[in-house]
Design a protein around this ligand. Structure first.
Ligand code: UDX
Length: 436
């Protein structure tokens, strides 16, 4: 099948590449000339395990091409995915200007029947507006169908998530569009992937509902962690005990510094805003956002408390900066707020992240970036574990002890057994667990 993907951001690039891997001919379009030029040379602009290899392979085999020419890209495509960014607007709702722009261009340039799919996370009602815009901009009437097909890719495991999704959600108005979408996802039938076929508005809402619910689980367990600290309980065990109940499930119950990234903060804000627009207050989700903001402040306070209440002139070493491991993404990363507040209170902060330091420099200019964990820990009064990259899971504690000035470890992701770190001679603090 001939496919075109408009918007070569994270979602667009992964989607286009994976559909090419399924044997389709895919043209990816973006107006960023530099990005397209580099992609044509096999250079992938984002850090995503396995992606570069897959882009190179499919480009070489001729199934995946990149262009800035929208008209040319659209020409032969039966299915066009709109995967452009939907940044958070000033009022918290998603800013859809790029989606509208693409819809207009599709209307202006299309010459035969097309299925136009929104892949970006868009508010309920967007499919309808896309349909209207295409109609308004057509020079002569040509049939098309609009489909909503939200993505559920996680950064760091996006290819695996695409190839083995928990479900595929398709919202369409008629059987013709549903059949084409089913055909496109046929390789997933072999692994018995469940398909949720719905109307467009329902499919649009599934994405927000899923992300808001996952964010709710995280804020819930973070509040439980705070209660555990007050009562001397252990949140990891509470989480395990809860998660074994099949109705609750074990995932997304890991207490920590709060959620970040490009999706949860934006999507919770957008669904709350969408509800408000309809005259309804989405009480739970508004609290989820407040709890998440408060959790960052609590983490900053935790580090200060570990330094006896004052971080002025203290050397803080931070391991990990990205909002989660296996990505260089610093969007809404808790590290930004936490480290910048420590700096504003007079701390000297050094940090190391295996992938995110280039991005991090832009949002935390006061942090000195280092070359590895031990270089970061040199002369530190306190070591903070911010992002749980695998390489931080087995630190050489004796070596750390020899390079650090103080002996305090604050683990904001609960990755070390408290007893192990304290037996190494450190004062150990984590989230919602008795101190070691
Ligand atoms: C998320 C959704 O999982 C995905 O389905 C959607 O399409 C996009 O948003 P992503 O933002 O890549 O994906 O990251 P995810 O792994 O879901 O983590 C989000 C944030 O929650 C991270 O900051 C992570 O550290 C935090 N988190 C996650 C927790 O604090 N505790 C948990 O138990 C799980």
């Amino acid at each position: 099948m001939n496919i075109c993907v408009v918007g070569v951001g994270y979602v667009g690039l992964v989607t286009g590449t994976c559909f090419a891997e399924f044997g389709n001919n895919v043209v990816c379009i973006d107006n960023d000339e530099d990005k397209i030029r580099r992609l044509n040379q096999g250079q992938v602009p984002i850090y995503e395990p396995g992606l570069e290899e897959m882009v190179t392979k499919n480009s070489r085999e001729g199934r995946l091409t990149f262009t800035t020419d929208l008209k040319e890209g659209l020409k032969d495509a039966l299915v066009t995915f709109i995967a452009v960014g939907t940044p958070e607007g000033e009022d918290g709702s998603a800013d859809l200007k790029y989606v509208w722009e693409v819809a207009r261009s599709i209307g202006e340039t299309m010459e035969d029947y097309k299925v136009v799919v929104t892949k970006s996370t868009v508010p309920v009602g967007t499919g309808q507006v896309v349909e209207d815009l295409i109609n308004e901009n057509q020079k002569k009437h040509i049939e098309f169908d609009v489909v909503s097909n939200p993505e559920f890719l996680r950064e760091g495991s996006a290819i695996e998530d695409f190839m083995r999704p928990d479900r595929v959600v398709i919202g369409a108005r008629n059987e013709r569009a549903k059949a084409i979408m089913r055909d496109l996802y046929r390789p997933l039938y072999l692994i018995e992937t469940p398909f949720v076929i719905a109307d467009i508005e329902t499919a649009e809402l599934v994405k927000y509902a899923s992300n808001a619910f996952l964010a709710t689980k995280i804020s819930f367990i973070n509040e439980m962690a705070n209660i555990c600290e007050l009562t001397g309980a252990n949140v990891n065990v509470v989480s395990k005990g809860m998660g074994l109940d099949g109705r609750i499930g074990p995932k997304f119950l890991h207490a920590g510094a709060g959620f970040g990234g490009s999706c949860f903060p934006k999507d919770t804000a957008a669904i709350a805003k969408l509800a408000k627009k309809e005259g309804y207050t989405f009480q739970i989700v508004e609290s989820v956002m407040e709890v998440n903001a408060r959790q960052r402040a609590i983490m900053t306070q935790k580090i200060k408390d570990a330094m006896d209440g004052d971080v002025a002139d203290k050397n803080i070493a931070c391991l990990g900066l990205a909002f989660k491991p296996n990505t260089d993404d610093m969007r809404e990363a808790p590290a930004t707020e936490i480290l910048n507040s420590l700096i504003s209170e007079g701390a000297n902060v050094k940090a190391y992240d295996p992938a995110a330091m280039e991005q991090a420099k832009k949002v935390m200019p006061g942090v000195e970036m280092c070359k590895d964990s031990y270089d970061t820990a040199q002369d530190a009064d306190c070591l903070v574990l911010m992002t749980e990259w695998n390489q931080f899971r087995n630190l050489d504690w004796a070596r750390l002890k020899s390079v650090m000035k103080g002996l305090v470890v604050v683990d904001l992701r609960n990755i070390y057994p408290p007893r192990l770190v304290s037996e190494e001679g450190f004062d150990y603090f984590s989230v919602g667990r008795p101190n070691g």
